[in-house]
Design a protein around this ligand. Sequence first.
Ligand code: NAI
Length: 737
Amino acid sequence: MSVPLSFDGKVVLVTGAGGGLGREYALAFAERGALVVVNDLGGDIKGGGKSTSAADKVVEEIKAKGGKAVANYDSVENGEKLIQTALDAFGRIDVVINNAGILRDRSFARTSDMDWDLIHRVHLRGSFQVTRAAWNHMKNQKFGRIIMTSSAAGIYGNFGQANYSAAKLGLLGLANTLAIEGQKYNIHCNTIAPTAGSRLTETVMPPDLVASLKAEYVAPLVLWLCHEQCRENGSLFEVGAGWIGKLRWERTQGGILRHKNQKMTPEAVRDNWDQICDFSNASKPANIQESLQSLVEVLSKVDAGDGAAPNPTSAMASTTSGINPGEAVGQQLPGMTFTYSHMQCILYALGVGMSTKEPDHLKFLYEGHEDFSCLPTFGVIPAQASMMEGGLSTVPGLNLDLTRLLHGEQYLELFKPLPTSGTLTSRATIADVLDKGSGAVILLDVHTYSGEELLCYNQFSLFIVGAGGFGGKRTSDKAKSTADPPKRPPDAVMVDTTTSDQAALYRLSGDWNPLHIDPNFAAMGGFKSPILHGLCSFGFAARHVLKQYADNDVSRFKSIKVRFVKPVLPGQSLLTEMWKEGSRIHFQCKVKETGAVVLAGAYIDLHGAPVDSPSASVEAGGLQSELVFAEIGRRIKDMGAELVKKVNAIFGWEIIKEGKIAAQWTIDLKTGSGALHKGPYSGKADVTFTVSDEDFMEVVLGKLNPQKAFFAGKLKIRGNIMLSQKLETILKDYAKL
Ligand code: NAI
């Protein structure tokens, strides 16, 4: 049997719980462990009179069954008092069931001010007062469940119930907005339209129907909607007789009746009436954004002159029914101009982690540097601006929920190094739209020009969750594809730690999505805290490759492709593993702390053959230890498998020159047939040695006893110190380290 739903420790207020549906809810909550406030004014059905007996009776019933409850006799119009009772008795408020109600049925013509006002005061204003009094408590505790009680009379209308219908549908409007405002605090608000036999319905229903439509058939829905496991929010349900159904809005495809530069006429409305009201292929807008989006599309269609289609059906049909690749592909977004100076180049370099601590970063951070350069990956910034302005939502044939957009992949190609200032124009075109089943992929090609000269080309691969299944193709020859790295340990590794303000800094380059800064917004997207921009990690990894294999020479950069796999949190370390294959550098990027791959299938193509910075630095009079490591590398190649068996450990090295770490090496004698690579280990090395280049050579050449070096503080060892002895096997002819 599945686990029963418990409300242990939860404090539940049920208004109007002295009888009918409210009583049933109160008993059901109490039976499952809730601490219940039973509110009832104890009046008659028209709102007259007052008595404590109704609430008291239900409290006694609950207590008799071993439950916990207190009574409150105030009118819901004094919402604060009801919540105060909950706080006084139980110290908190978790669930509010707005249920209290009266009836003052009259045909519309005979409805008095009193009939109107009393109904509104109890139903609509009462629910408002009670809920508002509970709201901040729920917000602070980041939990709340609220039920509004509407009615079929409100949804569909009912003769003689104009006052009641209006108030009841007012409650739905109230719930719709509370659902939106409460979502980020885990406050959910749903609405029910119940049908049950009670004193309110006994005057309108035959007695046997009153008897058979039991209130106990409604309570289970209310309990589920109020449970902490239930994610439902902002929904409307009809419930009764043991049946539950959910309702939503439906909208016809409608028709565009306005023509560019022409007046819109009532005759056009008359002549297109059937089409306006035709529910075939109707859409179901779920929120105000979806509702507005189609209007924005209409504006752009009419502006473009094609909203004036003689038969508007075809014009609207494609846009409101989701994705129409035939219409979308080839469409251009509005052109975009981007003006920048050295400021933006420097800001971007800082955003992707460059620092004055590294002397070779200065040429990207100081406009007075003789080689002042703009990082190649800055090329995504002007291109992205064309999307950021909301251009995508204006494309005909793409009726999308852009809040569900994920950046899937990125390709960037430079045709010449980016200038350090200028005015660039970008032209974005929908290159293709793919149907991946679980979502749609939009390939957006953006060409960026300086005057007439093409500077760079970007391809954004955008994944729209849930927008698939429109019957489109799965792949495209227009897509720039990713490439898997070779199946050997990486040739080089580089690590950089992002700061906790990395995303706050990177966003200043133009990606203002609050997901990267606003904790509440991040929570709505399902993240514990704001995440780093994918393109920020992309910038980190690209400059690692540029440093490792192109000596930071921006003219060597040709193109880059990456797939974004997982988010990175500001403050985590990014580790780039690199493989050299001709002029292509394959790479992947991991979060060092977790080992999770965040950028995959990635590569950078360079102009000309890559320069390998380790050997370059030796030639430039760098480290003597490079030669020893080169020899270690050869030995591992020869007898790696044997060494792995014997040693079974990973050794990290930090070689110090002039007080700073000048090189890091990993000797991996644990995986496969062993490997040596430059850079730190992507996980945790079993033992790590820190030693100066000079002392390393002394030890290796047998001139300095390693134990003495250790006790003299010249050789520092972290991790499993005993493993150091095993190194002898590979350094035999050099030393006894
Ligand atoms: P009911 O008359 O048995 O219960 C309503 C309770 O609210 C009564 O105990 C009454 O004393 C209390 N109440 C009235 N004014 C109050 C006030 N100002 N402050 C505090 N308590 C007050 O009626 P029933 O059928 O259980 O209705 C519950 C809710 O469900 C109402 O909001 C009603 O409009 C709604 N509803 C019921 C339907 C049905 O088929 N029973 C159909 C559609 C809606």
